[in-house]
Design a protein around this ligand. Structure first.
Ligand code: FPP
Length: 240
């Protein structure tokens, strides 16, 4: 374990800090990473998947209960067709190659967003992966696919209305994240500082942490640094 992670652990063990239960990441900067190296954008996404793999491992090692990753937004359909097809190809190979490791590491896969609108073979692969990891319980990995938070909120409000009453509780119970711990920390890489339609409701009391690091360069040590800073923040949830 690196020095940074040790600090986190020390603070948490000393009871002076708090460990986030649920961390969400807006993985940004794959394109710029590739451009800096004069590589095609697809190479940035490919390297981005390696980071996903490392960070999912790190999340378990650092003791997170839940990790949410923004992989494909409902607005990403606006990208050129060949880039969408590269991203979907990466998704296919990621599911194929990583599900066994999820099971070995007790990771439960969850998909948030309207993933049923993706290509039928991906939907089948995902359904299979969801079923195969359903009983795992150490870490929940929520991958956002065809996800848009405004769409999620509309669906949640409609479901709540159909059940009889629209309240904060009934909306929350119908969000895609309903069975996950509350969002504690939201990270965005690559220097951009906006939510881009990600977890609008869930972010109400989350702490935000931004880094200039491009997603393909993001590491476990940097995640540990974010957790360490989180541990030092005072959260008041509107009180004082
Ligand atoms: C932002 O880079 C990132 C994305 C569009 C999505 C992230 C996708 C991956 C890491 C790969 C697929 C994920 C999985 C789980 C298999 P950008 O293209 O917006 O970068 P830029 O802003 O520098 O152009």
């Amino acid at each position: 374990m690196g020095a940074v992670a040790a600090t986190t652990t020390a603070r948490v063990e000393a009871g002076t800090g708090q460990m986030p239960r649920h961390v969400a990441i807006i993985m940004d900067g794959n394109g710029r990473w590739a451009k800096k190296r004069m590589l095609p954008r697809a190479m940035g996404h490919k390297k981005g998947v390696e980071t996903v793999r490392n960070i999912v491992r790190a999340a378990g090692e650092l003791g997170l209960e839940a990790l949410s990753l923004y992989a494909f937004s409902s607005e990403n359909w606006k990208r050129p067709e060949d880039e969408i097809s590269d991203l979907m190809g990466l998704m296919r190979s990621f599911i194929k190659s990583d599900i066994d490791e999820f099971t070995a590491n007790d990771v439960r896969l969850k998909i948030i967003g309207n993933y049923r609108a993706l290509a039928p073979d991906i939907v089948d692969m995902l359904d299979d992966a969801l079923e195969r990891t359903a009983k795992n319980s150490r870490t929940t990995l929520a991958v956002a696919l065809n996800y848009g938070s405004q769409d999620e909120l509309v669906r949640a409000a409609q479901a709540a209305a159909a059940q009889g009453a629209i309240t904060a509780q009934s909306i929350e119970a119908n969000l895609d994240t309903a069975d996950m711990p509350p969002l504690d920390l939201l990270i965005r890489t690559s220097g951009e500082q906006r939510l881009s339609n990600f977890m609008l409701w869930q972010a109400a009391y989350a702490e935000f942490w931004f880094t200039e690091t491009l997603w393909p360069d993001f590491t476990k040590a940097e995640l540990a640094r974010a957790l360490d800073e989180f541990a030092g923040r005072e959260r008041r949830f509107g009180g004082r």
